[in-house]
Write a protein that binds this ligand. Structure first.
Ligand code: NAP
Length: 270
């Protein structure tokens, strides 16, 4: 997929009813793509679909919980049936967790992996043949926590690192078929993600959190994704804080851990 227009192309975006997913739907839709937004909350989907349609975007709402393998296969099948195929799959639906490991149950870790990791696998498998046929692109929303450690987010960070292992390996299998994989690593972004952040027992963590470097906007993330997809990029690391974290964690990991821990740990001692 190349160029700056996406007419006659289809984008399927999971977590498309909110935040970064909705902004991506708007951005690709504005460039002419037919957009399928997949999300688990029917009401939120309907509202998002309505707002996109009002902007002239050809949109399909698909209610689906990505943790269901069967549900995801059915949802992807419905999109292919309606639009004829998939040119861009954005595996973006996700949840977060904020709790120290000592206070966290295995069930919470499993839940985070189910949504963030297996949810992406569930949506990718039934879309593969179509993506290959159309020499399409897979966008995977990971995080700076997917390329560096993050204090108090062992489960979230593990799920995002797992996405890198899976999709960067998959990229090597798909390269010969002309399918691109873009790993999207946003930094802190102003969305609804924190409203449902899990605590260590599976409840909601409503505590304050540190946001070193401030927050990006979903619209800015989406416009950078659009450019990166058009340019065929492999990885997109966003924000100054994100880029510094990426390089520090790679080349001076102990220094990165010290700085990051100092900034984030106070969140857990309030
Ligand atoms: N915001 C940040 O600071 C940030 C930073 C780095 C990476 N990210 C990543 O960006 C992605 C998008 O998140 P966001 O920040 O835009 O948050 P968001 O506004 O909460 O959007 C995420 C969407 O995914 C949906 N979702 C959650 N679990 C799902 C499931 N099992 N099946 C289907 N849909 C599900 C959510 O639905 P509900 O509202 O019903 O939960 C929500 O509509 C996530 O993968 C997140 O990890 C976010």
């Amino acid at each position: 997929m190349s160029g700056t227009r996406f007419e006659h192309k289809t984008a399927l975006i999971t977590g498309g009813a909110s935040g970064i997913g909705l902004a991506m739907a708007r951005r690709f839709g504005a460039a002419g793509a037919r957009v399928a937004i997949l999300d688990r909350d029917g009401k939120a989907l309907a509202a998002a679909g309505k707002s996109l349609r009002a902007e002239g975007i050809d949109v399909m709402e698909v209610e689906c919980d990505v943790t269901s393998e069967k549900g995801a296969a059915k949802a992807v099948g419905a999109v292919i049936k309606r639009f004829g195929g998939i040119d861009l799959l954005a595996n973006n639906a996700g949840i977060t967790q904020r709790s120290l490991c000592a206070d966290t149950t295995a069930a919470v870790y499993r839940k985070v992996m189910d949504v963030n990791f297996f949810g992406s696998v569930h949506c990718t498998l039934p879309a593969l043949a179509s993506l290959i046929e159309r020499r399409g692109t897979i966008v995977v929303t990971t995080s700076i926590a997917g390329i560096a450690p993050l204090y108090g987010r062992t489960g979230y960070s593990a799920s995002k690192h797992a996405l890198h292992g899976f999709f960067e390996s998959l990229r090597t299998e798909l390269a010969g078929h002309g399918v691109k994989v873009l790993m999207l690593c946003p930094s802190f972004t102003a969305t609804n993600l924190q409203k449902s952040a899990l605590d260590g027992r599976g409840g909601i963590n409503t505590g304050e959190r540190g946001i070193p470097g401030g927050e990006d906007t979903p619209e800015h993330v989406a416009s950078e994704v659009f450019r990166a997809v058009a340019a065929g990029k492999r990885i997109l690391v966003l924000s100054r804080t994100g880029k510094m974290s990426y390089f520090l964690a790679r080349f001076w990991p102990a220094l990165y851990e010290r700085i990051m821990t100092k900034k984030i740990r106070p969140e857990f001692s309030r």
